[in-house]
Every structure is written in structure tokens, then in C-alpha cells.
Design a protein around this ligand. Sequence first.
Ligand code: ADP
Length: 368
Amino acid sequence: SEPKSTSEDAKPKKAPAKATGKEPVLELADASDLGEQPPEITEDEAWDKRVKTALKTLDKGVDQAAAKQIINEIVIHGDEVHWEDIAGLEVAKLALKEAVVYPFLRPDLFRGLREPARGMLLFGPPGTGKTMLARAVATESKSTFFSISASSLTSKYLGESEKLVRALFQLAKALAPSIIFIDEIDSLLSTRSGSGEHEATRRIKTEFLIQWSALQRAAAGKEAKTDTGDASRVLVLAATNLPWAIDEAARRRFVRRQYIPLPEGPVRVQQLRNLLGQQKHTLTERDMRQLEVLTEDFSGSDITALAKDAAMGPLRSLGESLLHMRMEDIRPIMLEDFRSSLKSIRPSVSKEGLQEYEDWARNFGERA
Ligand code: ADP
């Protein structure tokens, strides 16, 4: 499947690339947490302060080392994704706005009957924008974004995973509003991991389900907001390319299951236009219509890979001489570049594979 960006993305990130870290804070994630801060403090300083406070308020039972590890490796700070960065997926965006973004921004409106779901599963073929969506949700709802792949929980962090899972949920409450994004959730909640094949994996699964249930109970109760955080503003977003691997009990816990399908033709064209936006190219409307047909069954990440490869076309023919060329003498990207890239860059999901997603979506999902 698609090389996962999440594990690399889980590296500590400071301020967004554009920011110098010196800007005054305009919009704080949750200004009320900051009390009487003077307005001059920078975004980084404000963040450091919030983290320090959160670490102090954690329950006694939470391992401080694990909590610090979460802050450094799992919380993504900066490097934001916005709705408009994501091509298409309008239905999914709308569902996420209603389920998460609006309730987080206006919790007072979403009580009782309007109580939001505490978990949502994003499923579909690899490379269709599930991770991007989760990141956009965090940005747009001004939430702290915790991102971890379930497979790293069961491999990289194995041995300390239970502690980590506990610290994860506690910190999410302390730094609420929070999105806990778990990629490759199938590897944690599969039927196989529950059947005792790996004792350690089974324990992490149990711990995860315990923590999540406790969160849901706390969120629904009167005591959602306590000294140690706000359970009502924590949401678990999970993504999977293998939805059928998730066992039935775990599946039912995700009340909302959103299908993230392959992009339709016009969405593929829109994404190509975005990607070519900053580049010199000669592609006409007619060329775009051709590319729409030629990229049938391509995922979002296949489209990105194709455009990147095609963009290399003008340089490839130059060989060593590119080292001495002036920028303006490099020829534009042409349809021919796409045609030759299409020989090696093919859709990563097969027709049969696609049918499996469609079937699962019909039985268990919401359509996008
Ligand atoms: P998933 O989590 O579904 O496997 P990602 O969100 O990690 O997929 O997407 C991988 C890469 O593919 C992204 O970084 C982006 O370059 C591209 N991509 C996928 N879907 C889209 C989309 N809908 N719009 C724009 N780019 C996309």
C-alpha cells in the first residue's frame, strides 16, 4: 500500500514552515486555557506553556516519560492542512464538519439529541486523502492533533504501548479540543489481533478500547470537564485501507463510517490543476480532458506521483547540461510528459480491489 506519511509526520514539528515563531498569537487553540497571557507571546511560547500545564495536570497514574514522548513524536504542531488543499471529497468534508468541526467550535449547540459521535472511521483505498482529511479537521477545528499509526503502536512502541495509550488519552483531554488520529486502525482492531496470536498486541487493543470507552462515558456524563481536561472535546478519528479486517465489536464502536472513495474524473482534473498551478506548462483544456480519461482508477496519491514524474520530463532530456541551464530556458511541461510517465505510473488499486471497498461501503458505510 501507499508509503504512509503519518509515521514520518509524527516527528516533532515546530512552527509551520512559513512562520518564524515570532508572530504574535492571533488565534489560540483554546484561549481560555491561557488565562491572563500577555498578547505578545509567540505561538511557540504559547504552545510550550500549554504543554507544560497539561503535563502537570495529568493524573498520577500517567507515565510522564510516555507523555513527553507523545508530545514529541505524536502531536503534530504546525504544518497545517486546510480543506481547500484536499481535492474533491465534498460529502466527507461536510460529514466531518457536522460531526467534529462545528461541535468543537460550538459545543453549546451540540447537546442532547445533537450530541456528536466520539469516533469516526474513514475507510477506502490507500492514498485517497484520509490522512489529509484528519489533519484538515484538526486545523479547522483548532484542535490539538495526535497522529499515530496503529502499526507503530504494535511494533516501534511495543512494550511501552499500554503506557503510551493511557498517556495519549489523558493528554488529549488535557490539551482539548483534540483529535486522536489512528492510521491503519485495522492492525490494532483486527480479528486476528484479538485471537491471542500476539499477547502484547492483544493487551494494547484492550487498553485502547478501555481508554476509549472511558472517554465516551466521561464525555456523555455531567463531569466531562474536570481539572484534568475536557473529555467532551476529544474525538477519535481512525483510518483504514482494510476495513473488513476490523472485528465486528470494534466496528460497531465507530458509529460513523465514512467511505473515502477514489476521485471522480473532474476531481482528478482539479487536483492536477492544483499541482500544475505553480509550474510552466502547455496543457490545454483538451489535454486535461485526455488526462481525465487516462487517469481512470487513479487515487489522489497516484495523481500526485504522476504529476511529479511528468514534471521531471523537461529536465530528463537535458541530462548533465541542466546544471548550466537558466530557469527560463527549461521547456514547459507538456501532455507528452504525462503520456510517458503514464507508462510506469499506474493505478495502485485494482478493479477487483475497488469492488471490495464498494461492497463494504454498501454494507457498513456512509457514501461519500
Ligand atoms: P490516505 O491516508 O488515504 O492513505 P493520504 O491522505 O496520506 O492518503 O494521501 C497521500 C498523498 O496523496 C497526499 O499527501 C497528497 O499528496 C495526495 N492526495 C491524496 N488524496 C488527495 C486529495 N483528495 N487531494 C489532494 N491530494 C491528495
